[in-house]
Design a protein around this ligand. Structure first.
Ligand code: C2E
Ligand code: MG
Ligand code: MG
Ligand code: MG
Length: 281
């Protein structure tokens, strides 16, 4: 009987294991199909200059507009896309969609603000971002100054030569590079200095610590002075309270982004903000 029980237990785990694989395969197939059918929409989250309270730019964030499940957030499919290589066609699609949107906004007239695009390590290391971006900018007649690229610290840690080459190619195009989620990875000061990066976006985990004691503030102050020494600008991510904003204003942080200003918005709602003069109180 013990033997049988053991066998049963084994089968139980085993079928659970295969169920997991099956559902992952289903998701992978669905994602591949969704890329082919373009079931994705970009949302845009504003960034505000801390000193003037004016709009400074925005970040493009992808959502899967699933026909049955509604908007699926990126954390639920980007990791799978990265593991399977689907991030390459998906990354191309994101770049195309942002350029098409910028072209639309340009045609509407008025001021258009720069958009930062998140890219994954794999896209970056194959030199694909600069080449696809260059062709989209030409196709949609969009100025390269309206595009910025967000790269996480871990994405910068790949083969240094390849990363350097791609950063050079983007700099050549006139595209600025932001280091995303800064503080959560292991990039060194010398790497930051060497790679010629333009903006540090401090991860929201550190913003969340502002206002609850001196430590968070000390950390921010140190990062800001380091960034300034390297000739970089600083953006604080995940600003949710007026208290955090007030502190950031005293810390010489250039720009802020977060729910206090606005959640990510659909394109039409974002462009309404282009005409708004001052943000927050
Ligand atoms: P991220 O680039 O660090 O983007 C910031 C995330 O924080 C966004 O989540 C945004 O909605 C959220 N956020 C903004 N303000 C606040 C706030 O005040 N509080 C809190 N709690 N959260 C805030 P989202 O849109 O779900 O994106 C998650 C991540 O998915 C992004 O993190 C980025 O790493 C990745 N991602 C998004 N779009 C793309 C894309 O087009 N390509 C690639 N490769 N990755 C993307
Ligand atoms: Mg980002
Ligand atoms: Mg981030
Ligand atoms: Mg992130």
């Amino acid at each position: 009987a013990a033997k049988e029980e053991k066998k049963g237990t084994y089968r139980f785990y085993s079928s659970q294991y295969y169920e997991k694989i099956r559902s992952r395969l289903r998701l992978e197939q669905a994602l591949a199909l969704a890329i082919r059918n373009d079931e994705f929409v970009m949302h845009y989250q504003p960034r505000i200059a801390t000193r003037t309270n004016k709009l400074a730019g925005m970040e493009a964030l992808v959502r899967w507009a699933h026909p049955e499940q509604g908007f699926i957030p990126p954390n639920e499919f980007i990791p799978l896309a990265e593991r399977t290589g689907l991030i390459l066609p998906l990354g191309d699609l994101v770049i195309s969609k942002v350029c098409a949107q910028l072209a639309l906004w340009q045609r509407e007239g008025g001021t258009v603000f720069p958009v930062s695009i998140n890219v994954s390590a794999r896209q970056f290391s194959e030199g694909r971002v600069s080449s696809h971006l260059a062709s989209c900018l030409a196709r949609y007649q969009v100025s390269s100054h309206l595009i910025e690229v967000e790269l996480t610290e871990s994405a910068m840690m790949g083969d240094l030569k390849t990363v350097q080459r791609e950063i050079d190619a983007l700099n050549q195009l006139g595209v600025k590079i932001h280091v995303d989620d800064f503080g959560t990875g292991y990039s060194s000061l010398s790497l930051l200095n060497q790679l010629k990066l333009d903006v540090l976006k401090i991860d929201r985990a550190f913003t969340a610590q502002l206002g609850s004691g001196r430590e968070g503030e000390i950390f921010f102050r140190a990062i800001v002075s380091m960034a300034k020494a390297l000739g970089m600008q600083v953006v604080a991510e995940g600003v949710e309270t007026k208290e955090q904003l007030a502190l950031l204003q005293t810390l010489d942080c250039d720009e802020i982004q977060g729910y206090l200003i606005s959640a990510p918005l659909q394109a039409e709602r974002m462009s309404a903000l282009f005409r708004q003069d001052i943000f927050v109180m």
